[in-house]
Design a protein around this ligand. Sequence first.
Ligand SMILES: *[C@@H]1O[C@H](CO)[C@@H](O)[C@H](O)[C@H]1NC(C)=O
Ligand SMILES: *[C@@H]1O[C@H](CO)[C@@H](O)[C@H](O)[C@H]1NC(C)=O
Length: 570
Amino acid sequence: MAKASSKKVQSLILLAAVLLLVNNAAAAPAGGFLGSWELISQNAGISAMHTQLLPKTDQIAVFDASVWHISRLQLPQEKRPCFWHHNKLTNQTAEDCWCHSIFYDYNKNAVKALKVQSDTWCSSGGLSADGRLVSTGGFQYGAKAIRYLWGCDTCDWVEYPEGLAEPRWYSTQVMLSDGSFLVYGGRDAFSYEYVPVEKESNKAAIAFPFLFETQDFLERPGNPKGRFRLENNLYPFVYLLPDGNVYVFANNRSVVHDPKANKIIREFPQLPGGARSYPATGTSVLLPLYLPRDTNKPVDAEVLICGGSVREGLYLGEEEKRFVNALDDCARMVVTSPNPEWKIEKMPAPRTMADGVLLPNGEVLIINGADLGSGGWHCADKPSLKPMLYRPNAPEGQRFAELAPTDIPRMYHSVANLLPDGKVFVGGSNDNDGYFEFAKFPTELRLEKFTPPYLAPEYAALRPAILEDQSDKAATYGKWVYLRVKSSEPLTINYVQVSIVAPPFVTHGISMNQRMLFLSVIELKNNVAPGVDEVVVAAPPTSALAPPGYYLLSVVNQGIPSHSIWFHLK
Ligand SMILES: *[C@@H]1O[C@H](CO)[C@@H](O)[C@H](O)[C@H]1NC(C)=O
Ligand SMILES: *[C@@H]1O[C@H](CO)[C@@H](O)[C@H](O)[C@H]1NC(C)=O
């Protein structure tokens, strides 16, 4: 009896140790490899303000804005005629013969010119269930636009300038469990609306007072210009929750919203310390969801928010030219918990305008931005050149690691996107009202790739390779998926994980629809062929856990991810 129980204890200890190993597999990058940078384009022609990785084409859609009627890439002959822009404010009409959008082929490092006319400045977007970019909102004549872009060699934008009911500048788009899109907010748009079917237009939006309530102002008694509008609640962080409702975070408050009934179901504790949404521009991710084998078990959803600025950051930068420390904390909260509370940790450095990238092994890369100030033109200083790794499962105090620095500042209007090879595409930075080469922070046209520590050469032997081509692997909800994996040593069940990550629409420190799940591993069969193992996983059981569409699937061995393949969930 005693023997049996001590054996049980022993195996429990062993199990705990193994779990700890799996969770912390990449906790201490071997050989101290802190990642590396490569310049992949000296001049992409446009500054990367918005990006969306597109499935199956090796291309990333990159675009900025047409408001300036200029870029560094002429509209090619075959895309002409040029277009005429009328500026409502100045009542001036000007011809525009420049590109504001490209496809960037991240394998060939090639640029292909595209033509977008309705102004996409500070717009929102997402990848539809069938794999095209659906882009919404923007500036002036683009503010109500809905646009579509497929990722093929001959594809170009299809635009519907009057699709939305309300103008939406700095709004957030989110996919619901049925594959439809909602768009929340935007400047002076205290409402939300569904993206209608193509070619149709919305008649009315649905009121959402939470976005009115969360605006910030700075009172300036006696100042003839009146109070200063800080906002701090634009580009809200919005996530689909495992029960199909929607988590909405704006400024320092957050709620669960039932969009069908338009009801706020619960409100969470406020997040202290300052402001988090645009222009304060903290960054946020929904931490990976872990799917249990027993599909009746509930799945926890935890939100992470890092950095931001003091409430009056925009005012200090814009009016007083003073740049104070950005916020230097990360806060996380299990938003499905009956007793939710923010758990706050200090980052190694302050940060505003960072991008939060979910990596295929479940770590979070905090990259780009600045140490001082807030979002907005010329409102920040001291570029944050070092990316930061956040390991959600490491013990508190051991979660952050500062990585190798770049020498290119990525300030306001920067982007970062995970690529199928596990590297991170980095672009943008435009702190100027136009294209300026000689500003303190010039309009940045260079593109880089960042190689995270898990791609260190010393991990090469651990890295599995999925034996599938790059075309999409279709999967049905709840069904098993069979993956053949090549590895130098046979995989073991306790060290193997399979992740899927939905490629987000990235702009202004927000990664819309970014979502990652660790699938339940059903079985591992070693040596189904020489040097080949088979991993059997269960596709997510419901579309509220993982809405339909394209994900990057990766097999992770001891924290080291494989090159990913496209996984098409329907
Ligand atoms: C705008 O300009 C046009 C022609 O240049 C002029 O006819 C029109 O009255 C102007 N509109 C306003 C509102 O100033
Ligand atoms: C949240 O922000 C509001 C201003 O928008 C402020 O009055 C309130 O004190 C903040 N809450 C916390 C907990 O800091």
